[in-house]
Design a protein around this ligand. Structure first.
Ligand code: C5P
Length: 218
């Protein structure tokens, strides 16, 4: 029997993570945070002080990476048994993730790990290329975005709430640089699938976005 899939793609900070987790919970479906796979690889590379120009070494580490995911209210990720959850959201992790995610061989090594999440009763998959490359046959696809200024403002608020010092104009620059890397890479760039529903969440509440996404499924 076909497993139903809902893909939610879009740039970083558009609210994909929050929306995908809550929609998966409401539907009782599994949840794939594909960014956390690239981020986990980034953590492995940072831990092992790998030179980011050494493609062969990066691919070797990607091939041997062992990850465990537990998703209750929050996502917990273990890398070779070590809980790395607290390092996943770091800016340095995201930056290295987006650099190595541009390597076609890394993407092909990590492809099967993402497909493995496909299980009954259904899957909500969040990322950049879920609807275009990983699950092109998904029945329901969303492209969730927001302006760079609004995404930066949300990120700034999150950091300040966590007591982390932040600078809004630096965050806008980082977000724009990450968007460029993700959109301009040759393999699996961030593009909207032709059959996706476009949602701009700049002026929407999380609840309003969730309602629109659930409307697509029902
Ligand atoms: O979504 P998140 O910010 O956690 O992703 C971190 C980085 O991993 C992104 O900037 C992107 O370069 C990469 N990524 C990707 N394809 C995905 C998910 C994430 O290239 N499906």
């Amino acid at each position: 029997m076909t497993v139903p899939v809902l893909t939610i793609d879009g740039p970083s900070g558009a609210g994909k993570g929050t929306v995908s987790r809550l929609v998966a919970k409401k539907l009782g479906w599994h949840y794939l945070d594909s960014g956390s796979i690239y981020r986990s690889l980034a953590i492995a590379l940072l831990q092992q002080l790998v030179d980011l120009a050494d493609e062969a070494e990066i691919i070797k580490i990607a091939q041997n990476i062992v990850l465990e995911f537990e998703c209750n209210d929050d996502l917990i990720v273990k890398l070779h048994g070590e809980n790395i959850t607290s390092q996943l959201g770091l800016e340095s992790t995201g930056k290295v993730a987006s650099i190595v995610a541009a390597l076609p061989a890394v993407r092909s090594v990590l492809l099967q790990k993402q497909k493995d999440f496909l299980k009954q009763p259904g899957l909500v998959a969040d990322g950049r290329d879920m609807g275009t490359v990983v699950f092109p046959d998904a029945q329901n696809k969303v492209f969730l975005t927001a302006s760079a200024a609004e995404r930066a403002r949300r990120r700034y608020k999150q950091l300040i709430e966590k007591g982390i010092d932040a600078n809004l104009s630096n965050i806008i620059k980082e977000i724009e640089a990450r968007d460029r890397r993700d959109m301009e890479r040759e393999t699996a760039p961030l593009v909207m699938a032709s059959d996706a529903l476009y949602i701009d969440s700049s002026d929407m509440s999380i609840d309003a976005v969730i309602e629109e996404v659930l409307g697509l499924i029902h």
